[in-house]
Design a protein around this ligand. Structure first.
Ligand code: NAD
Ligand code: NA
Length: 396
């Protein structure tokens, strides 16, 4: 069928198989162009199908010739109905990995469940024996707790006071005022259960107890800090509490991994257009200003540039891994540069519906958003018939 984008709110209901494959190929080419990284060789990526997780899988495979197992939660296609983009991305990734002679298998299911953890352990035992790197890159609005059976929902709210600031509807370019009432304790607790560190630790405990973590195994999860303008709703809001918890969990996991000489890291990454971030109020306006400034300075990066730099220059540089005063790796260093943030403040105060296309990179935002779903890429014939019924070779 001919597949076109069908937008509804923060998501696109369709995805383009050939476009998603092109996206993956572009990322592979980028990583290959940057040369070999002396990184991990057997890698598990949890949240491997889109965004930072996909970029991590691609960087491991095509930067360090790693065998990878990818875990994700995506919707497969059915007759006349496209899959979610992460499905097509993963199909394309496996095809390219196999062509390059690299081991790559995937598991599609709920990473929060005991079943998927066990399935992953069984696969590692059968195929790889042990793994030496676990990348934890889940972004989910819900989590079914595997012990209590309770379904927790995360919320994006400020804590302690009502938040009011500018936001943009990136489809229409309309800048308006958004007001968000503060979270209650239950909101905070739920968000920490979904996006905090508990599940990350459960994964590492399960893998360690099963004996599938190699000596010296490391693990990394991704966090965000961001600017003053988003602080009340992001870092000091409910999601920030979850990130505090995630970051604290890295120290607990490092303790657990001492007997294996292993270590847990958190990397603070740059703000980027992903399915997860486009749903957060205020962030799209910030990102459109940030893109404009970083592109003008020649320091703009997407997920693949961020993760390639993280691996090459932080994790596997051969030197001690540099961290900040809280033990975190900072690959948001260019975003957080003082001159960049000063410029954002000035533009933020000025931004209106009338001037945003001028002072911000709304076009770049929209382009990246379309690209997430495989649309708007070069070298893809969007008028041609697509085969939506793509299979992932390792998933029966
Ligand atoms: P994303 O939406 O692109 O990717 C989320 C991944 O998680 C996908 O592979 C999806 O299939 C998987 N997933 C979701 N629920 C799942 C479940 N129940 N079981 C198995 N897989 C599941 O998100 P992203 O933006 O790449 O976010 C990844 C991490 O990076 C998050 O911790 C996020 O907070 C962090 N981060 C994001 C940004 C940003 O601006 N996007 C910046 C810094 C840090
Ligand atoms: Na991801």
């Amino acid at each position: 069928m001919i597949i076109e984008p069908r937008m509804r709110g923060f998501i696109c209901l369709t995805a383009h198989p050939e476009g998603c494959a092109q996206n993956v190929k572009n990322q592979i080419e980028y990583v290959k162009s940057k040369g070999h990284i002396d990184g991990a060789k057997k890698v598990l990526v949890i949240g491997a199908s889109t965004g930072f997780g996909l970029a991590s899988r691609i960087t491991s495979a095509f930067g360090s010739d790693a065998g990878t197992i990818g875990v994700f939660f995506e919707k497969p296609p059915s007759e006349g109905k496209t899959a979610t983009p992460g499905w097509y991305n993963s199909a394309a990734f496996e095809t390219e990995a196999h062509k390059a002679g690299l081991y790559a298998k995937s598991i599609n299911g709920d990473a929060f469940s005991n079943e998927v953890k066990q399935q992953t352990i069984d696969l590692i035992k059968a195929d790889l024996g042990q793994i030496d790197m676990v990348i934890y890159s889940l972004a989910s609005p819900v989590r079914m707790h595997p012990v209590t059976g309770v379904l927790h929902r995360s919320v994006l709210k400020p804590i302690g006071q009502t938040f009011s600031n500018k936001t943009v509807d990136f489809h229409t370019g309309l800048v308006s005022q958004v007001t968000i009432e503060p979270a209650n304790q239950e909101d905070i607790d739920n968000t920490v259960v979904v996006m905090g560190g508990e599940d990350w630790k459960m994964w590492i405990d399960a893998l360690k107890n099963a004996g599938v973590l190699a000596n010296g195994a490391t693990t990394i999860a991704y966090s965000y800090i961001g600017p003053e303008v988003t602080e009340a709703v992001y870092r000091k809001g409910t999601i920030g509490r979850a990130k505090d918890d995630l970051e604290a969990t890295a120290f607990k996991i490092t303790d657990d991994l001492k007997s294996l000489n292993g270590k847990a890291y958190v990397s603070v990454n740059k703000a980027l257009v992903t399915q997860a971030s486009s749903a957060i109020p205020v962030i799209p306006l910030y990102i459109s200003l940030l893109y404009k400034i970083m592109k003008a300075e020649g320091i703009h990066e997407g997920c693949i540039e961020q993760i390639q730099r993280l691996f090459e220059q932080r994790l596997y540089s051969g030197k001690e891994v540099p961290t900040d005063e809280k033990g975190r790796i900072r690959i948001d260093d260019w975003e957080m540069r003082e001159d960049i943030q000063e410029k954002i403040k000035v533009l933020w105060a000025k931004a209106t519906s009338e001037n945003l296309t001028e002072i911000g990179d709304l076009a770049g935002y929209k382009q990246d958003f379309l690209n997430l779903f495989g649309f708007g890429l070069n070298n893809v014939d969007y008028k041609a018939e697509s085969n939506e019924l793509v299979t992932i070779s390792s998933i029966k």
